[in-house]
Write a protein that binds this ligand. Structure first.
Ligand SMILES: [Zn+2]
Length: 409
């Protein structure tokens, strides 16, 4: 057995086993029943039978829009998507906290609830240029020892209707964005070929993936799903393209949804959902059965688009399960997969899970099994990133604590 810095003992795993987890150099070095008894020197922190699960993956966020940390502000936008897009431009530049500060506030809330990996979209438009990207990049740097973050350059106001945005997306990727975004090529731009050719062109040129917001309903959205899959195949980008929301998949006939699922699976196009209120949810089980990688995220969390949310991904999984009528434990475990292993696969996180060799990114919770953790989502007790305690009893810790140090006190 290799040298171990510290043990977490009496950890309940998702498969029901009660094990000790050895941590060395920020990685998981041992997982086994009674593993700690093989070492008489490493300090041990007793988890008292709490469930220990891998750090959660939020696959769809908007860190630049959040109002977290500010006094309560009532929702100011009108009922349409275009009204929310325009309201962002009047509110966000005048807030008393910067993008970096607000993003940091939300990151801390998410960490306290067990999220250790996230993908955020960041608005790129003619009015703000790359300013919001700069703020989120600064937050990523500030919290790089506590969370991993992917950034999508998101042309929220459109691409073809805003000449110059394609160049900004290209600049955003050169400056640190990891993926190129898109939005409703028909409804926002009224030019699906123009937008999709444009954003796929930037992604192919820069060697990055894409994550495209597709709110468009019914046949309109279905058409764009097919167009996105066709370009993904033609450019060899399978496994690097995500459709965000894809509400249309829940609003077309079952036969067409099955056809779309087959097309997406064949092209290697993933879907991220958040179980939006008031809108149809894609048929998660049909998509997964067809081989589509489906994952989940919180989307808007107390921001200019929605007053709701705390950053709790277990609560999000419960919302998705409730909306999808997932009742049996196996189905609730599917909802958990969307915010854990499936999300990790979509974000390309290597060595994910409670397994030897993986980074020690995990959290503990007073629940007997995964289904109970999702359904009841009590506060997270401990959250570890790279083997250090970054949150405890539902609260962020400003200076990470070594497990050995926590065990000694
Ligand atoms: Zn979004």
């Amino acid at each position: 057995m290799m040298r171990v810095d510290a043990f977490l003992t009496n950890c309940r795993l998702a498969d029901g086993r009660l094990v000790d987890i050895g941590i060395a150099g920020g990685k998981i070095a041992a997982v086994g029943e009674g593993a700690a008894s093989l070492s008489n020197t490493a300090p041990a922190l007793d988890m008292r039978g709490d469930l220990v699960l891998p750090g959660l993956v939020d696959g769809h966020m908007h860190l630049d829009k959040t109002l977290t940390g500010l006094p309560w502000m009532g929702h100011a936008a009108g009922p349409t998507r275009m009204s929310r897009i325009e309201t962002d431009k009047t509110i966000l530049p005048h807030l008393p906290l910067s993008t970096e500060e607000r993003a940091g506030n939300l990151i801390r809330e998410c960490l306290a609830r067990g999220t250790t990996h996230l993908r955020t979209h960041v608005d790129i438009d003619l009015e703000s240029g790359l300013a919001k990207l700069d703020g989120v990049l600064a937050a990523r740097e500030r919290y790089r020892e506590r969370v991993t973050m992917q950034i999508v350059a998101f042309p929220q106001s459109g691409v073809m209707r805003c000449p110059g945005v394609l160049d900004l997306l290209d600049a955003a990727v050169r400056n640190g964005a990891d993926l190129v975004g898109g939005i409703d090529p028909l409804e926002i731009d009224r030019d699906p070929k123009g937008q999709l050719d444009g954003i796929f062109g930037v992604a192919a040129r820069r060697g990055v993936g894409l994550d495209i917001h597709l709110h468009e309903p019914g046949e309109m959205g279905f058409f764009n799903v097919q167009e996105i899959c066709a370009r993904t195949k033609a450019l060899g980008l399978g496994g690097k393209v995500t459709i965000s929301h894809g509400f249309c998949l829940g609003g077309i006939t079952e036969r067409k949804a099955a056809e779309a699922a087959e097309t997406m699976a064949e092209a290697g196009v993933a879907l991220v959902t958040h179980g939006a209120g008031g809108l149809p949810m894609p048929p998660i089980e049909i998509l997964r059965a067809a081989g589509v990688l489906v994952f989940a995220g919180n989307d808007d969390i107390r921001d200019t688009w929605s007053p709701y949310g705390t950053g709790d991904l277990l609560e999000r999984a419960a919302i998705i399960g409730w909306k999808g009528d997932f009742r049996r434990d196996g189905q609730v475990e599917t909802a958990f997969d969307l915010i854990s292993a499936a999300g990790a696969q979509a974000l390309g996180i290597r060595g994910y899970g409670i397994t030897v060799g993986a980074a020690a990114n995990l959290f503990s919770i007073a629940a007997s099994c995964v289904a109970e953790a999702v359904a009841a989502h009590p506060p997270r007790k401990l959250v570890l990133f790279d083997g250090k305690i970054v949150a405890r009893d539902g609260a962020f810790i400003s200076t990470p604590i070594m497990v050995a140090g926590a065990a000694a006190t």
